[in-house]
Design a protein around this ligand. Structure first.
Ligand SMILES: [Zn+2]
Length: 317
C-alpha cells in the first residue's frame, strides 16, 4: 500500500436504496463514489479504503489527482455472473458529462487481491489525458499502461523489478501484434487483431518521451511534470482531441519539442518502436517473473527516478 498521506474529509457513506454514496478528498480532489449492490457492508468499507489508497497513488505523478471532481462507480458482480477470478475484472472511463470511472469488481475476492490488481490504477491514469479520437487510442491506452506499472512500483504494490518485467513483456507482446500495421492504423483494425499494439505502442512512446525529458533537463522535467502542466491548462476537457493536438500542446510547455518528433518517427510507421536497446540502457533485463535490474548502465539512474516515489528529479550522481 502507498504511504502517501490521505486527507479524508468525509467518509460518511449514506445508503440510498441499493447504492452507497460517499465523498472523499484524496490528492486534492473530491471523489464522488457510488458502490452498487450486491456487496456486504464490511467488504464495501474495505473497497472504499482501497479506492482512497489507489486514487492517492496519483500524488506520485504531479502531486494531485488529475480531475478535481471525478465520479467513481463500483459495480460488484452478482454471484451468478461470469466475472472470472480477477478482483477487478473490467474498468472504463466514460465522459458524458462528469468524468466517470466505472470499476466492475468481483466482491467475493479477498481485499489484498484488489491492491495487487492494476485495473483501477490504469483507469485513473486515463484521466491524465483528455478524450482522444479513436485513431489515437494507442496514445490513451499506452500512456495508461505505462503509468499503471510505474505507479504500482512507486507505491510499493509492485517491486520495481516486477514493474519493468511487465513493461518489457508488454513491449514484446506489442511487437508481435499487428506487425504490418502502423500505430495510427491499429485502432481501426480492432482489438482482436491489434490489441497489444494498441495497449503497448503508446507505452513505448511514453517511456521514450520520459527518458528524453529527464535526460536533457538533468531531471528537472519528466513526463510527470509535463502532464502536470497539461492538467493545469486543459483538464478536465469536454472536447475530443486528436493525438497531434495533444502532442503539440505537450511540446508547447517545452523549450524544444519531444512529442511531435516521436510522433513523426513512429505514428505512421509499420511495426513497433525498437525498445530492446532502450531497456538495455535502462539496465532492464527480462527474467521469468521479475526483471534483473542492472545499476551500472548509462540510464540506470533515470530508471530509478521513474520507478521510485517523488521521481521528479534524478538521483544525485
Ligand atoms: Zn484503458
Amino acid at each position: 500500500m502507498t504511504a502517501a498521506p490521505l486527507l479524508v474529509l468525509s467518509m460518511l457513506a449514506a445508503s440510498s436504496g441499493d447504492i452507497i454514496y460517499t465523498q472523499a478528498e484524496v490528492a486534492g480532489a473530491t471523489l464522488s463514489i457510488e458502490i452498487r449492490q450486491p456487496i456486504e457492508d464490511g467488504k464495501a468499507e474495505e473497497v472504499l479504503e482501497w479506492l482512497y489508497d489507489t486514487a492517492s497513488l496519483h500524488q506520485e505523478v504531479y502531486g494531485r489527482f488529475p480531475n478535481p471532481a471525478p465520479r467513481i462507480v463500483v459495480i460488484p458482480s452478482s454471484r451468478s455472473s461470469h466475472s472470472g477470478d480477477k478482483a477487478v475484472y473490467f474498468g472504463r472511463v466514460t465522459r458524458r458529462g462528469q468524468e466517470t470511472v466505472e470499476l466492475f469488481i468481483n466482491a467475493d475476492r479477498p481485499i489484498n487481491e484488489f491492491y495487487e490488481d492494476w485495473t483501477a490504477t490504469h483507469e485513473f491514469s486515463h484521466l491524465m489525458l483528455p478524450l482522444l479520437s479513436r485513431r489515437y487510442r494507442w496514445i490513451s491506452e499506452g500512456f495508461a499502461s505505462y503509468y499503471q506499472n510505474i505507479l504500482m512500483s512507486r507505491s510499493g504494490r509492485y517491486t520495481p523489478a516486477l514493474a519493468w518485467q511487465r513493461i518489457g513483456e508488454g513491449f514484446g507482446r506489442g511487437e508481435t501484434s499487428g506487425p504490418g500495421l502502423t500505430l495510427n492504423e491499429a485502432a481501426a483494425s480492432g482489438i482482436r487483431d491489434a490489441r497489444m499494439k494498441i495497449y503497448w505502442s503508446g507505452a513505448a512512446i511514453a517511456l521514450l518521451a520520459d527518458i528524453e525529458l529527464r535526460h536533457r533537463s538533468d531531471g528537472r522535467q519528466s513526463l510527470d511534470s509535463v502532464l502536470g502542466q497539461l492538467q493545469q491548462c486543459c483538464l478536465p476537457s469536454s472536447r475530443r482531441w486528436s493525438g497531434i493536438r495533444l502532442f503539440e500542446k505537450l511540446d508547447s510547455f517545452l523549450d524544444a519539442p519531444v512529442f511531435m518528433p516521436l510522433y513523426r518517427q513512429h505514428a505512421n510507421t509499420q511495426g513497433f518502436p525498437d525498445m530492446q536497446p532502450v531497456l538495455q540502457s535502462l539496465g532492464v533485463r527480462l527474467g521469468s517473473s521479475e526483471a534483473f535490474l542492472d545499476e551500472q548502465q548509462p540510464l540506470s539512474s533515470i530508471r530509478r527516478a521513474i520507478d521510485h516515489p517523488s521521481s521528479g528529479r534524478l538521483d544525485p550522481p
